[in-house]
Write a protein that binds this ligand. Structure first.
Ligand code: NAP
Length: 284
């Protein structure tokens, strides 16, 4: 028999909807001033998952009153050609935000491509400039999924100062920035990764768990500290997260469902940051 759920669900779908509505209002305000917020999406090749992700982002843009400019390049595109395209978009005054859908294919130097995105248009938060601005607590765009996690924590008034946050995963777009944003909010942060010994023992100490791995149910419910807050960014085949949801929900105070938790926040933050980019310089 499944354990009784005691945790409150953190409704990422609802929060994302409200953020998109707020973004749409801001976009309409800009349009009234003659500025049409525009996100350029760049897709290399025809990987079906990437094609779907880009389409979803364009559809959400349309809902929020953001124009999307679609750039589709053949799978044979070289690093130099991709860098040229991104440099051109960076210089185009009609384009406010740039999203390079990744992965871009093994023959392309992905880092070189990302770095061709102008920092002021890096609404996906993927450049080293954005990463260092975040690390120094300076203005700039944050990586969208960690940004969404922080917004969810704030929406549910989760106290972070002095709390032990355990981030499982250390990718440059998710785990690492998530930990740094938590650190900036005075959490005591522990990073875990594939070489961590005794992950369960560390998770058992966590007041806040951020799962960012990509392995179904890696985090066991029995290891969640009673009353902890569980943010599951993992998304695996069969709509399964990185956390054993039923087991964790029987012990946690707050938990994100998969789907409907962290996932919807990512695109919502991307749209909000695109409108931020388009607003730049208007209000000083
Ligand atoms: P990634 O680049 O593959 O990184 C995975 C991380 O997990 C790595 O740091 C890896 O450690 C660590 N790891 C692997 N096996 C582990 C284990 N057994 N124990 C502890 N740590 C382990 O993945 P990612 O791009 O960060 O994505 C992670 C998950 O989030 C995926 O499920 C992805 O689909 C999801 N995601 C969701 C969104 C969203 O919009 N909701 C956005 C991005 C990603 P090493 O560094 O040692 O290899």
């Amino acid at each position: 028999m499944p354990a009784t759920r005691t945790a409150q669900l953190m409704d990422g779908t609802g929060l994302a909807r409200r953020l998109v509505e707020e973004t749409a209002t801001r976009a309409a305000g800009l349009a009234g001033q003659g500025i049409e917020p525009c996100l350029a999406t760049v897709l290399v090749g025809e990987d079906p998952a990437s094609v779907t992700y880009v389409r979803m982002k364009q559809a959400r843009c349309a809902k929020a009153g953001i124009t999307s400019r679609s750039v589709v390049l053949p799978a044979t595109t070289t690093t130099a050609e991709l860098v040229d395209t991104l440099t051109g978009l960076s210089q185009d005054p009609q384009v406010h935000g740039i999203l390079l859908q990744h992965p871009v294919g093994p023959h392309i130097d992905e880092r070189a491509a990302f770095e061709a995105i102008a920092p002021e248009k890096d609404v996906d938060g993927v450049t080293t400039h954005s990463f260092s601005a975040m690390s120094f607590g300076l203005p700039g765009f944050v990586s969208c999924t960690p940004g969404g996690i922080m917004r969810l924590l704030d929406a549910y008034d989760v106290e972070l100062s002095g709390k032990h946050a355990v981030v499982v995963g250390r990718s440059a777009i998710l785990g690492k920035p998530a930990g740094m944003l938590l650190l900036a909010r005075d959490a005591t942060v522990t990073y875990c990764h594939s070489r961590t010994t005794d992950l369960p023992a560390i998770v058992r100490e966590a007041d806040v768990v951020v799962a960012a791995v990509g392995r179904p149910r890696l985090i066991r419910g029995e290891d969640i500290k009673p009353g902890a807050v569980v943010m599951d960014a993992g998304y695996n085949a069969g709509n399964v997260g990185d956390v054993d949801f039923d087991g964790a929900a029987a012990r946690a105070r707050l938990i994100t469902p998969v789907p409907g938790g962290v996932g919807p926040m990512t695109i919502a933050v991307l749209l909000a940051q695109t409108v931020d980019a388009a607003s730049r310089g208007l209000s000083g």
